[in-house]
Each structure stands twice: as C-alpha cells, then as structure tokens.
Design a protein around this ligand. Structure first.
Ligand code: NZQ
Ligand code: ZN
Length: 384
C-alpha cells in the first residue's frame, strides 16, 4: 500500500425528509444564494422544500447552471453573489450545479482572473462556504473537492481541486431522484462505475480493503443500476445507488492506491468538442482504454474478471477479454452507447481531440504516466 493522508470534512445528511435538516446546518444569519440548474428542482418540489427549510433567512436564487457548467454562466452568478453580499452558497442539483458552485465559491474570493484556477491551476486558498442538496447520484461532487468547468468560447473542459472546496455538508434524500429521466440515471450509474474503475483497475499494491471496497461498490452498481431504470420509485434501490455513487469518489477507495483517470481526460475532450454527456464519453472510452492497455493492467484485470464478473474459466487472455466485454455489455444494458459511432461521430475528429489533449498538457496520463498522445490516438481509434 502507498502512503497517504486522508481527510474528508463533508458532513453527509442522508435519508427521506432530510432537506428539513438545512435549518440546523445553514448558519442562522446567512445571506444565502441557492444555485440550481434549468428548472428540475422547481417541477419536482425540491426548491420549495429547500426554501421552507431556510425559513426567514435572506435567500436568493441563481438559476441556469447548465450540464457541463460554463465559466460564462458561473461568472454571472459571481456578479449576483457580490451584488447581494452573499456569504453562503447552497447548491441544489446534480454534479454540474455542485461543481459550478465550487467554482463560484472559489472565484468570489480569488484575486485575479478566475479562469486561471482552471487553465493555470492557480491555487485556491479560500472559498465562500457552501453546502449541497444532491438530486442526481453520479459524480461524487457532493463529498469531494473537485470541480470540472467548461469555457464555451475556448472549447475547454478542465478541472480543479482545492481543500477549500469541500462542501460543508450535503443532503442526500433518495426521493429527490425519483423525477430523474432514465438517461440521467443511466449516466449516473456509468459515471460512478468508471470512478471506481479509475481508482481500482491499475496495478496491484496489496491494498486489500481498498480493493474489496471497490469491488463491493462495483458489484452493487451492477445490481442496482438496472433496477433503478426498471423501478424509478423503489426507495431502497435509489438509496443504495445514491450512497454507492458518493462512496465511489469521496477519497476513501483512492487512498493508498495508484490512480488512472486517463479515461476521464480523454472523455472530457469528447464533451468539449462534441457536447456528449460526461458518462456517454466514459462508456465510449473505457472499453477501448482497457483493450489498448491490457498488458499494463493484466494483474488487476484478472482480479476484476474473477471478483466482479465471476469469470474464472479460460486462459488469462480469454478472461481479460471477457471482463472487458462484460463491462461494455453492462453499459449497453444501462442504455448508454459504447462507441463513437453510436453518437454519429466518426474517426474524423480524432486529430482535433489529440491536439486539444496536447494543448491541455494531457500527454503522460494513467497510473504509469505512459498514456502518450500516441496511445490516446489508439484508444480513440478503437472507440470509433
Ligand atoms: O438543470 P436541471 O433542470 O436541474 O436538470 C438536470 C440536468 O439537465 C437534470 N436533473 C438533475 N437532477 C434531477 C434532474 N432532472 C430531474 N430530476 C432530478 N432530480 O439532470 C441533467 C444533468 O445534470 P448534471 O448535473 O449535468 O449531471 P451530473 O450529476 O451527471 O454531472 C455531470 C457533471 O459533473 C462533472 C462532469 O464532467 C459534468 O460536467 N464531474 C464532476 C466530478 C467531480 N466534481 O468530482 C467528477 C466526474 O467525473 C465528472 O467529471
Ligand atoms: Zn466522472
């Protein structure tokens, strides 16, 4: 096992009816800005619950944070927050709203051009305190310090992390997910699955409990993912999905183990260029990535085959290939296409994708730093 420091300060408030707990967790004298997306929290009643819980506190609403949140939109929120003297932010929505709110929180305290936080990885030392009410199990943003922001005009999608951008608390009420369209449930399952894989499917370091936690989370997703599509109002299924997605990326399973993240970086470029959903890009890239990097990942692929998919027959190569196929079939069963052509994208854009990866410094990716632009090109080619 590698050495590590692990600290996660986010308080989780989980269960049906827990939005009411905002009253006990948002400072009584706060001037709060509720940040949200395109309207789902109005139609499903979540905003009304949030406002009821905030009671007499001064609160304002910033609407319109889009999927793959943009710098352009978020800077409007920063301006509103400054104008209203906001001192607390409350993100109510999915990963995009929470990520966007992390950027708003950081930008409000940032001296200089806030895009440098992404483009130059300028350190974020301070941020406005914020909490979240999660409505879409997927990203883990509710319990981590990461944020992915797009700059529409530049065609960039970049990430930052900072100790100052952990949510103070996150409310996870599984009933808020009942209104999710099937596409978003499917996306969430695939995204959480790939988060686990990025921290697990690297090379063995004898991290027994991290491996078994990761395998338990993966197996849980293979169980509850299809159920979540089939039974949208099954509380138990939604509760298990929600907590699994949070645990997938809150630092726990990634402590003390090598991490990959190449699939995510290649996926971000596809979203930036073609506008695909985040999870769609992962479903395209991961099977191709595992195929191209079979040798480097051999030990863990065999373990994954046996412990997650129960594949024990055949030669090593047979088992590895079967595990990659099982992964692809799972994404397809979740109704997420696993090839670029499923989204009417051909090989013609690969050179642009590689140029963008290179421009963004993504030239030595993966757990060994050996995913060069050449390797990435191969992955995109296999993904067509
Ligand atoms: O905008 P509204 O109207 O709220 O609708 C949203 C949006 O259209 C809708 N939605 C959310 N909750 C709903 C709902 N509709 C009905 N009922 C509900 N309860 O779902 C749509 C997608 O929302 P979005 O927040 O974009 O989805 P997701 O949570 O999958 O977030 C994706 C973003 O997170 C980033 C991705 O890159 C992408 O930008 N990621 C963030 C990570 C992190 N911070 O750690 C890690 C991930 O790898 C990921 O990169
Ligand atoms: Zn992701």
């Amino acid at each position: 096992m590698k050495s590590f420091t692990f600290q996660n300060p986010t308080k989780i408030i989980f269960g049906e009816g827990q939005i009411a707990a905002l009253d006990a967790n948002v400072p009584r004298n706060a001037r709060a800005l509720i940040t949200c997306g395109g309207g789902s929290i109005k139609s499903n009643g979540v905003l009304a619950q949030v406002q009821a819980a905030l009671g007499e506190r001064a609160s304002f609403v910033f609407e319109g944070i889009e999927p793959n949140p943009t710098y352009e939109t978020l800077m409007q929120a920063v301006a509103l927050a400054r104008e209203k003297n906001i001192d607390f932010l409350l993100a109510v929505g999915g990963g995009s709203v929470i990520d966007g709110t992390k950027f708003i929180a950081a930008a409000m305290k940032f001296d200089g051009e806030p895009w440098d936080i992404l483009a130059r990885q300028a350190p974020v030392r301070d941020a406005v305190p914020f909490g979240s009410v999660l409505t879409l199990p997927a990203t883990g943003s509710e319990m981590n310090n990461g944020s992915v922001i797009s700059y529409r005009a530049k065609g960039d999608k970049l990430f930052f992390t900072s100790d100052a951008t952990y949510p103070l608390f996150s409310v996870l009420d599984p009933t808020t997910t009942y209104s999710l369209p099937p596409r978003q449930i499917a996306n969430g399952v695939v995204d959480a699955f790939v988060h686990i894989v990025e921290q697990y499917l690297t090379y063995p370091v004898d991290a027994k409990v991290q491996d078994r936690f990761a395998e338990g989370l993966l197996i849980t997703l293979t169980e509850v993912g299809p159920q979540a599509l089939a039974e949208p109002h099954n509380y138990s299924v939604r509760a298990n999905l929600m907590w699994t997605a949070t645990l997938a990326l809150n630092g726990l399973i990634g402590a003390g183990v090598p991490q990959d993240w190449a699939t995510h970086m290649l996926g971000h470029e596809i979203t930036a260029l073609h506008g695909l959903d985040h999870a769609q890009t992962l479903a395209i890239v991961l099977p191709a990535m595992l195929t191209v990097r079979k040798e480097q990942k051999r030990g863990k692929l065999l373990q994954y085959a046996e412990r997650v998919w129960n594949i024990t027959e055949g030669s090593e190569d047979d088992r590895i290939n079967a595990a990659i196929t099982a992964t692809r079939m799972f994404f397809e069963r979740m109704t997420v296409g696993t090839r670029l052509r499923d989204y009417q994208i051909g090989g013609g854009s690969i050179e642009t994708l590689i140029a963008k990866l290179t421009e963004h410094g993504m030239t030595a990716l993966g757990e060994h730093g050996d995913v060069t632009p050449e390797v990435s090109r191969k992955v995109y080619e296999v993904a067509v």
